[in-house]
Design a protein around this ligand. Sequence first.
Ligand code: 9MR
Length: 355
Amino acid sequence: MTLAGQPSRSTDDSLSQIAAGAGRFFGSAVRIEDIVREDDLRGTVLRECAWLTPEIALKWDAIERSPGSFQFGPMDSLLAFAAAQGMRLHGHTLLWHGGIPAWAESALVTQKNWGLIQRYFEAVLGRYRSTITQWDVINEPIETGYRMDGLRGSVFLQAFGPDYIPRALNEARRLAPGAELIINEFALETEDRVENDRRYLFLKLLERLKRAGVPLDGVGLQAHLDLSKGQFRADIYAQFLRNIADLGLFIVITELDVKEHDYIQSVEQRDRQVADATARYLDVALAQSAVRGVTTWGLSDRHSWLQVTPADLARYPGGWRDGSSPGVNRGLPFDTAMRRKPMYHTIANALHHRA
Ligand code: 9MR
């Protein structure tokens, strides 16, 4: 897949230009197949984004489908596209319990062989260390209700104990000395018991790593917002961000999108709720100077991983009897026809402000 002859992009009056004006960046998760296939998506990506995150192409289960055999095709194509346009890439992700090839999952548990991780890190970082200089080395390590230290009972933990985190970060630093190393985490926004605990346990993990001198440079906050969840408390979240910044870590908002809840309302009302939740969140996040920028998890509702689920529909037993439908989840800045929605303007407004 190549995109030769691509016109050089204009980012006038775009999210990336607004962000750059305030010393920040805007980006999106993308799949190169969609960019190649869909002209309107490609144009929007080229106009709006300064950073791209591979939504799938850089995960272990995409790269090493069978032991020792590496498939770099889609990632190389995305890299070529980004490089030709002067866009930066966010390396998502090295160790994630949700992205391990099945063969590695069982091998890790039975053999407890760090060499498997080392071989994979060497292949990926060896290939991309000069072109991708920011990595989610660890993705989603926190899980409440399992252990006192709040670490998820992933195969990495089962095979190597809590030491897998410093070990992976040290390995990444050794193989890509110039890269910025990140831990990326989700479900840290809401004011409820689980997410209060998750924020606390996440901070404790960061503190332990920094105290031990482990090479960790930044934190990714996914920000998959969810309108079915409880309150977002600005004061508490601002304090959480301050605590991270006080550890000397930078912050990126890595996966912003919004899961809707009230699908029965008008499209205008739905879009307003999504935009309001985005504004509440970004106003606090972007008031913190350690936050370098915002990446949404896709640009258009056409490509979102968020779906209207059967459980969502079951909440409205009398709904859509006339054969109409609630359509797709509307939690990204562009609709399925690639038109800007209120969420877009909310992001633009929020990005205007310097911290
Ligand atoms: O959006 C991604 C989806 O298309 C993939 O099927 C899935 C598994 O690779 O991963 C999704 O992205 C996840 C991200 O990598 C980590 N945070 C949660 C994201 C949404 O599930």
